[in-house]
Design a protein around this ligand. Sequence first.
Ligand SMILES: NC(=O)c1ccc[n+]([C@@H]2O[C@H](COP(=O)([O-])OP(=O)(O)OC[C@H]3O[C@@H](n4cnc5c(N)ncnc54)[C@H](O)[C@@H]3O)[C@@H](O)[C@H]2O)c1
Length: 438
Amino acid sequence: MSPNDIRPASGKLGVLTPGMGAVATTFYAGVIAARTGVALPIGSLTQLGHIRLGKRTEDNNPLISELVSLASLDDLVFGGWDPISDNAYEAAKRAGVLTPAHLEAVADELKKIEPMPAVFSHEWVKLLEGVDNVKTGSSTMDLAEQVIADIERFRTEGGCDRVVMVWCGSTEAYHAACEIHDSLEAFEQALRASDPRIAPSQVYAYAALKTGTPYANGAPNVSADFPAALELAAQMGVPIAGKDFKTGQTLVKTILAPGFKARLLGVSGWFSTNILGNRDGEVLDDPESFRAKEITKAGVLDQILQPKLYPQLYGEMYHKIRINYYPPRGDNKEGWDNIDIFGWMGYPMQIKVDFLAKDSILAAPIVLDLALFLDLASRAGKHGIQEWLSFYFKSPQAAPELYPENDLFIQLTKLKNTLRHWAGEELITHLGTEYYQE
Ligand SMILES: NC(=O)c1ccc[n+]([C@@H]2O[C@H](COP(=O)([O-])OP(=O)(O)OC[C@H]3O[C@@H](n4cnc5c(N)ncnc54)[C@H](O)[C@@H]3O)[C@@H](O)[C@H]2O)c1
């Protein structure tokens, strides 16, 4: 590819978030603060990341935003849906992530972001309270059409050249995809018949794909990773990515596990537990929502450590994950990991990690990068699953016949090589023979 194959990022980019809770409002606030120089967009590859081009001797490391054309923070316009009618300022205040000083610095902008009525059902998110802003309609298809109309109105009123959608809503109860998800025809029939097996997040994903809006899924929900959604994404030429933002404990896991594997250290057990007190934690107190989360968190170690290839090292590994709702902590999650490893001749050792994390502070830059990179993919004419964005997800979507790549460092290499490839630059293989005489 050459950079000329990518349409420039001119005009405004609308970013729509179903869900305007802790993560979404911290994302809006951080972008607004960065625009005015109140705070730095730390953690964002699109804003602070450099990329090496050419040989190590050339010392050519431009910013990623200098290599590929990305929407500027000044050109972002925000909107969203939420079943709770708080505007973004009220929601951010309630989430309690940001200090009053930061919040007041961006208050005027946040107050303008009012949630559109949501497609919502307590069947899918049991423990959410204060719900007062929900769409009604004659069928689920009618609700989808209302979301499509919302997207088009937002596009026109915001003067947006392009729009992307990033799911920042609650984690829904886990239900595997079934026959209504197998083809677009079956799915649309189910929408018309208001089949209760359609999750609200699937309605937003459908509306996004129908309107050519790139879609990323920040929760574990089965929201765009079923055959009907892939069929629609291909038909409409829309890029998608998911699922479940990789922050906190899973981020640490995918940093540590590749290290143990690289040095062939065995792991006999990995116990992860955490306490958190935000609304996300409250929703995850419902076993059905927790099940969705458990599935996206659990697969990571198996894929990285490959117990089938290394049965002596990882074949007996015991992996346990616990999430405990503990209100006093709010968004300040504490995640403990106890890792039982073993080395030479089988001698046991232990590693303890105590991560005092701020969940939404870790997630907000991911929302920004996904919005900008999905928009880039769309302007580059890409559609379907964007596996190069696996870097951002706990449970990366991949082609049905592929296992997902979870190792953070392979994911980063893949992401950067994709950008080099799209920009017409040479890929970096780290072979390095050119520096030495054969
Ligand atoms: N913060 C992190 O580090 C992190 C990491 C991975 C995934 N996530 C996921 O991101 C999502 C958002 O997290 P959060 O901390 O902002 O949670 P939150 O509870 O503060 O916000 C979620 C918002 O979604 C709204 N919502 C629920 N159902 C909806 C629907 N059908 N349509 C529109 N809005 C809906 C809720 O009313 C709430 O305001 C959760 O699913 C969470 O599991 C967060």
